[in-house]
Design a protein around this ligand. Structure first.
Ligand code: HEC
Ligand code: HEC
Length: 226
């Protein structure tokens, strides 16, 4: 199990020796190849890189959108969201499959790793939003939890949202409106209470505005063959 990293397992099925850099291993995240708890963090994130380490990488479920940037995100929030996928509070099937086999130690290490992967300067407080957007932000008191720059939430388990991909923010916001479906939706009560007062058009406006702000989030391109 110690040597059972995603890389080693998929490489073995292709060729006995190491593949040349750039040669892709098996495309699907190998669900059975979860590294053991003692494996280095690089082995634990090997399967994340195929989606979160490729700038502009798009997911197609439940609609086409860019996968979220997680480098530079709060460690506690990364851990909380992985736990939410594992528990089923977030129903996204792919991320559920990925989060379920992770143990507490894996989640802690992976979260610290991504939180520290993109050291950037803290972004400044947001200047006044356009009137139509400000009305929506005030109605939801978004800054009271996510921070004046939308990057310094009042609790580490809350996300930085400034500069996150607009299409992802829109999908995420809509997902809090969906309850009781097997493969869709997020059940977080705080955000569910927030989004129910908005139409999809208003959520899109919020998403586009938030995405336009200076960000502490990044996609850090990485080789799978470290
Ligand atoms: C097949 C592509 C894919 C792989 C592989 C993948 N992810 Fe994801 N990840 C996604 C998508 C798509 C979402 C958005 C899911 C949603 O809508 O809730 C996501 C969401 C997340 C989130 C929530 C981000 C947020 O802002 O709420 C975290 C954290 C995360 N992934 C971490 C990881 C980690 C850690 C790994 C590796 C152990 C990983 N992912 C592997 C596609 C992937
Ligand atoms: C009372 C505190 C609170 C308020 C007010 C609040 N949020 Fe949140 N927000 C949270 C928490 C907590 C989460 C994480 C929920 C989860 O675990 O899925 C979150 C998650 C989000 C996400 C998902 C981010 C991601 O990476 O997936 C978005 C987008 C978001 N909030 C936007 C907003 C907007 C826009 C408003 C105002 C309309 C708002 N929030 C108001 C606490 C709050």
């Amino acid at each position: 199990m110690l040597a059972g990293s995603a890389f080693v397992v998929s490489a073995q099925s292709n060729a006995p020796s190491s593949p040349a850099p750039g040669q892709a291993p098996a495309a699907n995240p190998p669900a059975t190849a979860t590294p053991g708890p003692q494996a280095p963090v690089q082995a634990k994130v090997a399967m994340c890189i195929g989606c979160h380490g490729i700038p502009g990488y798009q997911a197609t479920f439940p609609e086409v959108h860019k996968v979220p940037m997680i480098a530079g995100q709060n460690a506690k929030y990364i851990a909380a969201s992985l736990a939410a996928y594992a528990k089923g509070d977030r129903k996204h099937p792919t991320m559920r499959g990925i989060a379920l086999p992770l143990g507490d130690k894996d989640i802690a290490e992976i979260s610290e790793y991504y939180a520290g992967l993109a050291p950037v300067e803290p972004v400044p407080a947001t200047v006044e939003a356009p009137a139509d957007v400000k009305k929506l932000l005030d109605k939801g008191a978004c800054a009271s939890c996510h921070g004046a720059n939308f990057s310094k939430p009042i609790d580490g388990t809350y996300p930085k949202i400034a500069g996150q991909h607009a299409d992802y923010l829109y999908v995420a916001l809509k997902s809090y409106q969906i309850q009781g479906k097997p493969y869709h939706g997020r059940s977080n009560a705080v955000m569910a209470g927030q989004v129910k007062q908005f139409t999809h058009a208003e959520l899109k406006t919020l998403a586009q505005y938030l995405a336009s702000l200076p960000s502490e989030l990044r996609t850090v391109p990485q080789s799978r063959f470290r």
